[in-house]
Design a binder for this molecule. Structure first.
Ligand code: F6P
Length: 365
């Protein structure tokens, strides 16, 4: 009987997920004759009745590395440790179904799992490993907020999309003599914002790692006006906040869902600028999920393929509880416990931040 491997994609999607799936299947089936299954919508495919798992044959995955999204679906709701159940009074609570999950894997003769996901998903991988699950993690996210890897795949494509947006907004800002604010994703880290602000040539970039002073942002705009310019471009991360304020978010009511939905930082900044006396016309753009959809760029296809091949090598070596990681120029294995230990914020004393400052980009401090 063929050995069976289960692959799942969890959390928000990102460009490159399909390239990982394809690489795992190619590596597992070419030389090693393993059967690869996909759990639909993260691990929920295993937990639902009837189970929703699909066979991932080499034919099924042919050419999918260029496609955005994930052919096996994803979700950031539910999971083995927080399965939503409806109470009699109509409210929702969550239950731990991790032992049931393990039983279902045994019932399906699944000998290994590869969990492709971000920070939240790798926390689940680690908890499953702790209860004896033979699991390997693959880091994905446009946010680049996982430490222990130089980059996650999906990030560079998101930066391309955000940079393209800055390029477009610069021309319309110049034509209309306006301030254009672009809000980008990234959760609690400013990676997409800072990279696209540098690549696109924004005048101001506001990131969660450096709470901003609206007076300093106004100073930057006024200095630019004094030099004879009548427009400016600002990139703001969704997690950015003023020195004396909180991140802008709404509490999600959805059962088993991520609690905080970030968003609104750009609109708030626009109002703060007006309140601070800015007389230039301001417009706001929220880039949103455009950063997550569509074809991965070449860098992300390659990184995702490297991660997929390496993840299967780790399955063969039975290095359970590891996550593949990019330590330039190598693809290595790091313990999941280490990978989830700390959030990957931008180091405010890094060369990246120094580059932004050196280019005259105001960081609002
Ligand atoms: O983690 C990826 C991400 O796109 C974040 O940048 C963003 O805050 C969040 O997911 C959005 O989640 P959702 O798709 O559930 O709105």
């Amino acid at each position: 009987m063929k050995k069976r491997l289960l692959v799942a994609t969890g959390g928000g999607d990102c460009p490159g997920l399909n390239a990982v799936i394809r690489a795992v299947v190619k590596r597992a089936s070419h030389e090693h004759n393993w059967e690869v299954l996909g759990s639909v919508d993260a691990f929920n495919g295993i937990l639902q009745d009837p189970m929703h798992i699909i066979e991932l044959t080499p034919e099924r995955v042919a050419g999918i590395h260029v496609q955005g999204g994930t052919i096996i679906g994803t979700t950031n709701k539910g999971g083995p440790f927080t399965w939503p159940v409806k109470n009699q009074d109509g409210t929702w609570s969550t239950v731990d179904r991790s032992q049931d999950f393990m039983d279902r894997l045994r019932y399906q003769n699944i000998e290994a799992l590869i969990n492709i996901g971000g920070d939240g998903s790798q926390r689940i991988s680690h908890k499953l490993f702790e209860i004896g699950c033979p699991i390997i993690g693959v880091p994905k996210t446009i946010d680049n907020d996982l430490s222990s890897t130089d980059f996650t795949f999906g990030f560079q494509t998101a930066v391309d999309v955000a940079t393209d947006a800055v390029d477009k907004l610069v021309t319309t800002a110049a034509s209309h003599h306006r301030i254009l604010i672009l809000e980008v994703m990234g959760r609690y880290a400013g990676w997409i914002a800072l990279h696209s602000a540098i690549a696109g040539g924004a005048e101001v970039c506001l990131i969660p790692e450096i709470p901003y002073s609206i007076d300093k942002v106004m100073d930057a705009i006024n200095q630019r006006i004094d030099k004879g310019h009548d427009f400016a471009n600002i990139v703001i991360a969704e997690g950015a906040r003023p020195i004396d304020g909180e991140m802008t978010y709404i509490e999600s009511e959805e059962p088993g869902a991520m609690k905080m939905k970030l968003g609104g930082a750009g609109l708030r900044l626009s109002q703060e600028l007006k309140d601070a006396g800015c007389t230039i016309d301001i417009r706001e753009t929220i880039l949103g999920h455009l950063q997550r959809g569509g074809t991965p760029n070449a860098f992300d296809r390659i990184l995702a393929s490297q991660f997929g091949v390496k993840a299967f090598e780790l399955v063969l070596e039975q290095k359970w509880g590891s996550m593949v990681a990019y330590h330039h120029p190598n693809i290595v294995a790091v313990p999941l416990a280490e990978a989830i230990r700390k959030y990957n914020y931008i180091d405010v004393s890094s060369d990246l931040v120094a580059t932004a400052r050196g280019l005259g980009i105001s960081l609002g401090d």
